[in-house]
Ligand binder design. Structure first.
Ligand code: COA
Length: 429
């Protein structure tokens, strides 16, 4: 089977999550990925929260499938020689070191271009080149704060809240992948490589576009009518005073309010199995579905009532409407409510717990949750490719052990047995 990135050699100088998520996806798509790791310890995540003593962590294995690993002291002269050979034979170098690390290693953009003019150098950094904070190191949740996600997530009476989704890390890696694919296409046209970089702040902000829209609406109109803060006596501050938009000048945290253009809320139903995640659905009041919603909740009189049958009419009583709808869900679990809403063509979905997702037969069937065979650490679950092709099915293979392919890779680069031995003796590999 032909693979989308067949023939593309990736020099993977990534660690933690943002970079590894990108290169792993390239591996899923058929690129050949060589991961360079610090001698002795490797990617620091190998040791993070190991679930079994002495084996690589699930953090590492779930972000480094479909790769080969070479241990290499990149600061040693022999290590730099290996790196030079790898640069010459690769198509894409992906890195997410702290600012300036590649330059300090002696592999500046100018040097790489000299070695391989077709090379695409792809980087994740915390902030964009030229930004006042470009010198800062950044981790996931820091990026969720710098890109606007934390300030707009959570409830009005609590602190800014970070998402469980890796908006800073994996999201930046996926943005970088888009940039790499575009740079590869451009190289097809021009014959030249180029630098492509993603700032974690920018990748997060790109997902907060709607919140930047709301900031502008707020400044223009002084209110965001669909936010819970606009509902009479619904939101209270920590002193118990009702909140209004009179003293709000930046987009507030809207709890579970619908983000885009359709009001929505998290509604409680009957527990399905056990636990808190088990008894909620997300329900959206899409304007064009109002008549179906009225039928579903047995309120036909709301269909023609001007106090209800337009967005403007019902916007000041949204929370009362959601509370009423919730009363209809007490005898149905989240899956039953979902199916019931579907009968009326209404988009509504269960809050799926990680346990639900791990055992979901449909996700296994479509290849989104994949059980990876690993003879060393034991089989584990990972998330496969989230895109599906008609002519290609990604094959997911286990993450490499530290330095598992060091000798094999050096041999492919043309090093003799004596040279490989010398690198071992000098603690280069
Ligand atoms: C993630 C991050 C905060 C970690 O910081 P850190 O642990 O201090 O690691 P750095 O990337 O700065 O690298 C530290 C050093 O390790 C060295 N190193 C890494 N791999 C090496 C190897 N194989 N051989 C020799 N040295 C190596 C680097 O050369 C660097 O040395 P220097 O500082 O003397 O130049 C930082 O890399 C970062 O901000 N990255 C960009 C944004 C990002 O991707 N964040 C994480 C998202 S998951």
């Amino acid at each position: 089977m032909t693979k989308p990135l067949e023939g593309i050699n990736v020099l993977d100088m990534t660690h933690v999550q943002a970079g590894p998520a990108c290169t792993q996806m390239m591996g899923f798509l058929g690129a050949k990925v060589i991961k360079i790791e610090r001698r002795g310890s490797g990617d620091m995540t190998r040791g993070w929260l190991q679930d079994r003593p002495g084996v690589d962590s699930l953090y590492f294995t779930m972000f480094n499938g479909n790769k080969r690993s070479i241990e290499l002291d990149m600061k040693s002269p022999q290590g730099k020689d290996v790196l030079t050979k790898l640069v010459k034979q690769s198509d894409v170098l992906v890195e997410n070191f702290g600012p300036g690390v590649l330059d300090r290693l002696g592999f500046s953009w100018a040097k790489i271009q000299e070695l391989n003019p077709r090379m695409i150098v792809a980087s994740v950094k915390g902030y964009a080149e030229g930004h006042a904070n470009e010198h800062l190191k950044v981790y996931e949740n820091v990026a969720q704060c710098s890109g606007g996600a934390a300030a707009t997530t959570g409830f009005w009476d609590g602190p800014p809240t970070v998402s469980g989704a890796a908006l800073g890390d994996t999201n930046s890696g996926m943005h970088l992948l888009i940039g790499i694919l575009a740079a590869l296409r451009m190289r097809d046209l021009t014959g030249k490589g180029q630098k492509v970089a993603v700032a974690m702040q920018d990748a997060v902000l790109n997902l907060c576009r709607i919140k930047l829209r709301d900031q502008q609406r707020l400044e223009r109109n002084g209110i965001l009518a669909e936010y819970p803060q606009a509902q009479p006596n619904f939101c209270f501050d920590k002193d118990g005073k009702p909140m209004t938009f009179d003293n709000i000048d930046s987009v507030p945290r809207g709890g579970n309010a619908g983000g885009g253009g359709q009001p929505g809320w998290m509604l409680k139903c009957k527990p399905a199995h056990s636990g808190d995640n088990d008894c909620y659905v997300y329900f959206t009041i899409a304007a064009n579905m109002w008549p179906q919603i009225c039928d579903m909740i047995d309120k036909p009189e709301w269909k023609d009532d001007p106090a209800y049958n337009t967005f403007e009419g019902r916007v000041d009583k949204l929370m009362d409407i959601f509370a009423f709808i919730e009363t209809k869900f007490t005898d149905k679990d989240k899956f039953e409510v979902t199916n019931w809403a579907a009968e009326y063509g209404i988009p509504c979905g269960p809050v799926m717990s990680m346990k639900d997702l791990a055992v979901d037969p449909s996700l296994r069937k479509v290849g989104t949750v994949v059980e990876v065979t690993d003879e060393v650490r034991g089989n584990y679950l990972t998330v496969g490719a989230p895109f599906k092709f008609s002519d290609f099915k990604p094959e997911i293979t286990r993450a490499p052990l530290l330095g598992e392919h060091s000798v094999e890779i050096l041999k492919e680069l043309g090093y003799s047995d004596a040279e490989v031995q010398s690198m071992k003796d000098n603690a280069v590999i």
